[in-house]
Design a protein around this ligand. Structure first.
Ligand code: RP5
Length: 171
C-alpha cells in the first residue's frame, strides 16, 4: 500500500476470482475511490491474510470487500480481524456453483457479521455499490454521486421500457 491508504480493499481468494471481481473494482474506481486489490487466501495464506487486514485497518481502510468460491472462509476470517464493515461476494467455482460459497459466507455466527451479496457478477457489482453507500454516510461528494447513479438507472429502465413498447407497437 502507498502512503495514502486505500479506502476500500478488495481481497480475492484466488486469481481465478478476478474475471468476475474486476467489475467491482471498476465500479469503485468510477465513483472515484482509492481501491487496492490483494489475492490472499484464508486456507492457503492464513498468516498473510491476517497481517494484511490488521495493517490495512490500522492504515485507515474503511471497507473490506472479500470474494471467494467453494468453502469460502475468507470473508469470515477478515471479519474476525477487523472492526470495519466486511462485504462478502460468493463466487460460482466448483461443483456446487456458488451455493457452497453463499452458505459459507452468509452463515456467520452472532457478533461477526459479513454483509453477503448475490453469487457472481451481480454480487460483485452490488458489493461496490454497498461500499459506496457506507462511505457516502460521511462523504457528501459520494452521496451526490450515488444520487446520480440512481437517476441513471431510472433513465436506463425508462429507455428500455420505451424501446420494448415501440417494438410491440404499444406506443
Ligand atoms: C477459493 O477456491 C477461491 O476463492 C476460488 O474461488 C476457489 C478456487 O481457487 P483456485 O483453485 O482457482 O485457485 O478459495
Amino acid at each position: 500500500m502507498g502512503t495514502t491508504p486505500a479506502q476500500v480493499a478488495i481481497i480475492l481468494g484466488s486469481d481465478s476470482d478476478w474475471p468476475v471481481m474486476q467489475v467491482c473494482f471498476r465500479q469503485l474506481r468510477d465513483f472515484g475511490l482509492l481501491v487496492t486489490v490483494e489475492i490472499l487466501s484464508a486456507h492457503r495464506t492464513p498468516d498473510k491474510l491476517r497481517e494484511f487486514v490488521i495493517a490495512a485497518t490500522a492504515a485507515g481502510t474503511q471497507v473490506f470487500i472479500t470474494a471467494a468460491g467453494m468453502a469460502a472462509a475468507l470473508p469470515g476470517v477478515v471479519a474476525a480481524c477487523t472492526t470495519r464493515p466486511v462485504i462478502g461476494v460468493p463466487l460460482a467455482s466448483g461443483a456446487l456453483q456458488g451455493v457452497d460459497s453463499l452458505l459459507s459466507i452468509v452463515q456467520m455466527p452472532p457478533g461477526v457479521p459479513v454483509a453477503t451479496v448475490a453469487i457472481g457478477e451481480a454480487g460483485a457489482r452490488n458489493a461496490a455499490v454497498l461500499a459506496v453507500q457506507i462511505l457516502a454516510l460521511s462523504d457528501p461528494r459520494l452521496a451526490e454521486e450515488l444520487q446520480k447513479f440512481k437517476r441513471n438507472q431510472v433513465d436506463s429502465v425508462d429507455k428500455k421500457n420505451q424501446s420494448l413498447r415501440e417494438q410491440l407497437g404499444l406506443g
